[in-house]
Write a protein that binds this ligand. Sequence first.
Ligand code: SF4
Length: 78
Amino acid sequence: MSGQSAGTELRLDGICEGNELCVHAAPDLVVFDEDAGRIEVLVAHPDAEQLPRAQRAVDSCPLRALSLSAPLAQGSTP
Ligand code: SF4
């Protein structure tokens, strides 16, 4: 089954210094909020097509401020 990856959540749960490395990795998923001085997650539950970019955004953050929860096994078939 395609579509949203149930249980997979992209979230900011650390200190963001606003270097925008994650924004370059996934501009459709995260955006820099100038007022807040940190990024805002636009797509908290990336679908199967967005998931690789979400992972790249997480991997690009030197502060490990972004995280991507593991998808639930429920309903997923390899
Ligand atoms: S890469 Fe990390 S520190 Fe940089 S803007 Fe994204 S969340 Fe913030």
